[in-house]
Design a protein around this ligand. Structure first.
Ligand code: SF4
Length: 410
């Protein structure tokens, strides 16, 4: 099989993995076009490095042959798809060629499991080692880690890769038992724990050999099993705290041709994935807990309003909030005020009282903010409006949101 034929199959097979993605970024593709920056269109995705640069990655699988039979996966053993396999030399050559032509800044490499977890992981490590040691490749490398692989292989992967990821895929052992019985949540968490231990050792001993400077991430599939958003967000919260993950990515399940009966025939609303990303951002950056965003008894995030607005409507006792007196953390919880504007308001009020026009100048969404704030010259006339009335007034038209979500996912 020609290298380009393999590339077509193995780049397409890698597209279901969202854990390298730059969620929310507009799509930029040069497929079918000529000109500066044009690429072959196969297997190139965009991602952000920890320092904020947007980079193009060659995103491929080493092989889509797999001895496992995860029901949600197009590459599962029983799937009737064309199969291909790169050699280590193939991937190294493609990466170096694409890099020298300025098509890519780095490599995202995952794989189906061939023969055994250790054999597969060895192959992935060999690619990264050869790129670094033989070709002195300085670009970004993200390696998918096989959970059952020997910890020594995971340690070797971290020496060469910028980022490692272990995909949890489903948030509960019950879901894994049903849809991916060859996997175990315990083993996945052991692999994450091994990576965290190495990251901690490196943080405590700066002279220790490099280990995955961009940290570790994971992916959860949404809507392949019955897990609700509360379960998904609580799992994400635990993973952030226990394994110091940089990111949890959420990927709406896409039904695949000839899907088994154990997985749904229809995908979940893409808006659900978007709401989970918004809630995840609130966990990571705003100090919210999963329990604040969804009750412990379970449930899904609202689709018609964003999670911060939903929280504010459910906690009206905190509002309207006096922006001249409130703590910075609470200001950031006001719907329509982001972290940056919360910081700016705190700086401003050291100099003088905050007035309504200051928020307009900061380009805050006044329609959204107005019911929730008090300034030196403003308090809301409809401060006592019912949460239901406010919700109706502030909810974006569902069709618009759906359209936005579809555009984002396109
Ligand atoms: S182990 Fe990975 S590639 Fe193999 S079937 Fe499961 S999800 Fe797919």
């Amino acid at each position: 099989m020609e290298l380009t034929d393999k590339l077509e199959i193995l780049a397409d097979a890698a597209k279901y993995d969202a854990s390298c993605a730059s969620s929310g970024a507009p799509k930029r593709s040069s497929e079918g076009k000529d000109g500066i920056g044009a690429t072959s269109g196969m297997g190139i995705c965009h991602s952000y490095t920890p320092d904020g640069r947007c980079v193009s990655l060659l995103k491929i699988l080493l092989t889509n042959v797999c001895v496992y039979d995860c029901q949600y996966c197009v590459n599962r053993r029983s799937s009737n798809v064309p199969r291909a396999r790169f050699s280590v030399d193939d991937v190294v050559k493609l990466t170096v060629d694409f890099y020298l032509r300025n098509y890519i800044d780095g490599l995202f490499l995952s794989s189906g499991i061939i023969r055994s977890a250790d054999y597969t992981m060895e192959q992935l490590v060999q690619v990264a080692r050869r790129l670094r040691e033989v070709h002195h490749f300085r670009g970004y490398i993200h390696l998918k880690t096989i959970p059952d692989a020997d910890p020594a292989l995971i340690a070797a992967a971290g020496r060469y890769a910028d980022r490692l990821s272990v995909n949890i895929e489903l948030p509960t052992q019950a879901g894994i038992d049903k849809l991916a019985p060859e996997k175990s949540l315990h083993t996945i968490k052991l692999a994450m724990g091994a990576i965290r231990q190495k990251l901690d050792e490196k943080a405590q001993e700066p002279k220790a050999p490099q280990f995955a400077p961009a940290g570790q991430s994971t992916q959860m599939i949404i809507g392949a099993d019955a897990s609700d958003d509360q379960t998904i967000l609580s799992t994400a919260e635990t993973l952030y705290h226990s394994y110091r993950l940089k990111r949890v990515y959420y990927s709406a399940f896409s039904p695949i041709p000839h899907s088994p009966a154990s997985v749904p025939l229809a995908p979940p609303p893409l808006l659900r994935e978007h709401r989970l990303y918004q809630a995840d951002f609130l966990l990571r950056s705003y100090g919210f807990s999963a329990g604040e965003l969804l009750p412990a008894q379970g449930g899904n995030l609202a689709l018609d309003i964003d999670p911060k607005l939903a929280w504010a409507l459910a906690h009206r006792a905190h509002f309207p909030l006096d922006l001249n007196r409130a703590e910075a953390g609470m200001i950031a919880r006001v719907p329509g005020i982001g972290l940056r504007n919360a910081r700016r308001l705190v700086e401003l009020r050291r100099l003088r009282q905050i007035r309504y026009v200051d928020l307009v100048r900061l380009r805050c969404s006044m329609k959204k903010i107005a019911p929730f704030i008090v300034t030196a010259d403003y308090s809301p006339v409809d401060g006592a409006a019912s949460s239901e009335r406010l919700r109706r007034a502030l909810a974006a038209a569902p069709q618009q949101l759906q359209l936005w979500s579809e555009l984002k996912a396109a």
